[in-house]
Design a protein around this ligand. Structure first.
Ligand code: ZN
Length: 413
């Protein structure tokens, strides 16, 4: 089926957009529907690129609203890890289906995921029609490097045939949960197979102090020494990175994904130094982190928090502007994250905003999107030329919510 969007507002012009074979085949004022096309009359609604959620744990929607109001380590050790030890494939599948629906609903069409039973997340991603880079969390804190390697190989095998919308990744949890030996091995495997790596880094000040005490260096240089800082690496958080670490990360081409809402909820006590990262040339993306620590997956809402906390921390309203914040949220400031471009030949991933959205009616669109809008401003979400949401409705959402709630109840959440 060929999809054609007519009468959309893009870059100040009324345009049509035609999708063929999952890609944008034509875009411009003269583009019209052809006989037999599935057609959406946008009615003058804005056509914009979708958002990329650079760091999440999708199935943690099951943990939403339980065990919050705790610091990071007690939250993980008392509330999260004991329940995660009991997760089944079906739990992860329905938690991830709910996450996919929430992300599609609020304008995200691609996400980076680190979670258990990655093949269940991959199945949910395939069924939802969204795109994702997925890695099983790798730990050897209470295990062994051999077990970690088995688990990495098993998850890569499970994800190998998962489909074109899924990119397998390696996801060492953090420098405080994975041994030096295993981190080095993960770096080698990533280089050998060209696999992306996702890791939490410098989320808390304690992590930095412990790293200095144990290894005599700060987290980014520690990772670099182990061969893990490369253009394939996504560092989630980066709250406590210092200027030398930012320069090193920029030189290696690694990406930092900032998760301002999760950082504020867990009260990590600092703010990712975006102005310094930007001037150093660090590729930057935006993430929600998991619904256990956010608790929302509405990246369009988090975009406002990102911009505001940067301005506030710098005591300077010019520390970041709307255009820069929007570029970070759409993934265009970090090539690895997989931004969607609205141009002929690119995958047909895009959003139509609500034509009647009151928060978008006046003023400059990008400023309205960053400071006034949230996910509810999205009307239509298209991925690979397939309409996954229309009129703000994700088909089957009622069943997905009910099934996820059943799974959470089963886990005692
Ligand atoms: Zn995380």
């Amino acid at each position: 089926m060929t999809l054609t969007i007519t009468d959309a507002l893009f870059d100040g012009q009324r345009v049509g957009l035609r999708c063929e074979g999952g890609r944008i085949a034509a875009l411009g004022p003269e583009v019209a529907a052809q006989p037999g096309d599935e057609t959406i009359d946008a009615g003058g609604a804005h056509l914009v690129p979708p958002l990329v959620n650079g760091h999440t744990h999708a199935a943690m929607t099951l943990f939403r609203g339980s065990g919050g109001d705790l610091p990071l380590m007690p939250w993980l050790e008392e509330k999260i890890w004991p329940v995660e030890a009991r997760l089944s494939d079906e739990d992860v599948y329905w938690g991830a289906r709910l996450a996919c629906a929430e992300m599609l609903r609020s304008g995200t069409t691609r996400f980076w995921d680190m979670y258990w039973q990655p093949e269940a997340t991959a199945r949910a991603v395939g069924d939802a029609g969204i795109r994702a880079t997925i890695g099983a969390p790798l730990f050897d804190l209470n295990g062994s490097p051999e077990k970690l390697r088995d688990s990495a190989h098993r998850s890569l095998e499970a994800l190998a045939g998962a489909g074109p919308e899924i990119t397998p990744a390696l996801a060492p949890h953090a420098i405080y949960t994975v041994s030096e030996e295993s981190l080095r091995w993960i770096g080698e495997l990533s280089a050998e197979r060209g696999l992306p790596v996702q890791i939490h880094l410098s989320e808390t000040e304690k992590e930095v102090q412990d790293c200095l005490a144990e290894h005599g260096e700060r987290p980014a240089s520690y990772l670099d020494r182990l061969g893990l800082l490369s253009e394939r690496t996504v560092l989630a958080h980066g709250v406590w990175l210092d200027p030398d670490e930012l320069a090193l990360i920029a030189e290696r081409g690694a990406t930092v994904v900032t998760n301002p809402v999760a950082n504020m909820k867990l009260a990590v006590g600092g703010v990712f130094p975006h102005p310094a990262a930007r001037s150093a040339g660090v590729p930057v993306g935006l993430g929600t982190d998991g619904a256990g620590s956010n608790d929302s997956l509405d990246l369009l809402a988090d975009l406002k928090t990102f911009a505001l906390v940067q301005k506030h921390a710098a005591a300077d309203p010019t520390a970041i502007d709307a255009a820069e914040a929007w570029a970070v949220a759409t993934g265009t400031r970090a090539p690895l994250l997989g931004a969607s471009r609205l141009e002929v030949g690119a995958p047909a991933d895009f959003l139509l905003l609500r034509a009647e959205a009151p928060e978008l009616g006046i003023g400059e669109l990008t400023a309205d999107l960053v400071y006034a809008a949230a996910g509810a401003a999205v009307d239509t979400t298209v991925v690979g030329g397939k309409v996954l949401m229309r009129g703000g409705e994700v088909p089957g959402l009622g069943e997905i919510v009910a099934r996820a709630a059943e799974r959470a109840e089963r886990l005692g959440l």
